[in-house]
Design a protein around this ligand. Structure first.
Ligand code: ATP
Length: 235
């Protein structure tokens, strides 16, 4: 589904991503874990074409995305639920969801059906559909960011720290929702600081340290590795 080959990404002189390669196969949940500043967000931004790698290539379903415009990534089947709940704060919940489907040319009835599907997954958003998004709680905004990404019916969903800042009960809910979305057929690349939870739901994982991949493998095996436990799972 997604193949990343030897990419380097710089912010000016800062070498944030150093010769990184990884892949996400169709149907998988793959997680990128690592401490603050390891480069997780930078990788997702590179995949969704907000940032350009200086070297290397990214292939989506076999196609090199080098010359694809950022807004066309949705048409290729990739959606990004960004960090920090970057929803459109001044718009209503409904308007935010409509923006998620904006690029797709589809009929009104299809749009309504997609919206209904999102509401089935997130009943809370339905209750609050006329509310200005910036006034939602943190958890609701996070759900809206995910719901908005789902409106484009992605084949692969990039998720940046979906559990960040949420109360424990909401963290549980969000991870259940991620598993459900995957079971319904969407491939997921999940970036998380909550490595423990991410590894529990992922098939495979890559561990990042200062812009490099330092470990990779089956998620459950990584969960039981002493070095990983010590460094990322709180002992
Ligand atoms: P976090 O979870 O804190 O977001 P991260 O693993 O996602 O961490 P990145 O945000 O990708 O890490 O940052 C990787 C490195 O690039 C860090 O050293 C960071 O300071 C640097 N960096 C990120 N954004 C910029 C920027 N706009 N300009 C300069 N350096 C940046």
């Amino acid at each position: 589904m997604l193949k990343v080959q030897n990419i380097d990404v710089y912010y000016g002189k800062i070498h944030a991503i150093k010769d990184i390669s990884f892949e996400v196969k169709q149907g998988e949940v793959v997680t990128l874990i690592g401490a603050n500043g390891a480069g997780k967000t930078t990788i997702l931004k590179t995949l969704s074409k907000v940032l350009k790698p200086t070297n290397g290539s990214v292939f989506l379903k076999g196609q090199d995305i080098k010359n694809v415009q950022p807004h066309n990534m949705i048409n290729l089947g990739m959606a990004h639920a960004p960090e920090g709940r970057r929803i459109f704060a001044q718009m209503t919940v409904l308007e935010n969801l409509e923006m998620g489907a904006f690029i797709r040319k589809e009929s009104k009835s299809e749009l309504e059906q997609d919206m209904e599907n999102v509401f089935t997954r997130f009943p809370r958003l339905k209750e609050r559909r006329k509310q200005i998004a910036g006034t939602l709680s943190g958890g609701e905004q996070q759900m809206l960011a995910i719901g908005r990404a789902l409106m484009s019916k992605p084949e692969i969903l990039l998720m940046d720290e979906p559990s960040m800042g949420l109360a424990p009960i909401l963290v549980d809910q969000i991870f259940n929702i991620i598993e459900d979305i995957n079971k319904a057929g969407t491939t997921i690349l999940l970036v998380e600081q909550n490595a423990n939870r991410a590894l529990q739901i992922a098939n495979r994982a890559y561990v990042l340290e200062t812009g490099k991949i330092v470990a990779e493998g089956d998620a459950k095996e990584l969960l039981n590795k002493d070095e990983i436990k010590k460094a990322y799972l709180g002992g």
